[in-house]
Design a protein around this ligand. Sequence first.
Ligand code: ZN
Length: 266
Amino acid sequence: MQQRIHRQQEGSLIYYTSDNITTKHLFTTKFGGVSKGYLASLNLGFNRGDERSNVLQNYQILADHFRVPRARMTMTKQIHSDIVRVVDENTMGMGLGQPMSWKADAIITNLPHVPLCGYYADCVVTLLHDPVSKSIGVCHSGWRGTASGILGKTVQRMQEQYGAKPENIEAAIGPSIRQCCFETDADVPDAMTETMGESVTPFIQPRGKKFFLDLQGINREQLERCGVRNIVDSGMCTKCMHDTFWSHRATHGNRGVQAGVIMLEG
Ligand SMILES: [Zn+2]
């Protein structure tokens, strides 16, 4: 199969891009920042035990890459919810250019030159772009967000807010923990089945008393159900690739955090 996710390097910054997304975007790795120790080096989390000045410098590196002032980079406090929020002139720069005053797991915008950030260290971050309505979104879904259908709700919100058509949307499912490593107890598949019904059964592999979940498959299914067809799945497992990515499970929580970032070029 043709490779559709590409490893890129710009100076010490190492990141991945997806060739179906036709606006500027990336998935960061551990590499290219100034943080030290177990946070070395491109930690993007303010609450991981890092010095704030290091994290700000890491955002500056990304802002330089996107060629925007750092204060335009926009984020949300992720809470494993199904909340989608709209980034407009008033909320642009939330979390960096202005104090964080919202919680959500997906943000969308039609503003150019406003990079949207979604965070992962095993969770699924999906980047969305509709080149026709000129709108973008970033969605964070761990198993709780996946069970609550947040990715489908993000696509619906892009339709309502910006008139995005699913058939025009480009979607890239980022590096995240995959079925090879995502071992759970029964509570996780039970929650999935309760909210999504039998459609999730093919994505749950029982093994003894444990279960192995294909979160990416379930998220792809949510996109397809909305009518999104142009989907690339990175195929990369953060736990298997723990030399490149921080994996929450591989590090037992002593880790930095990566971001999927997307921006309209206007
Ligand atoms: Zn794995």
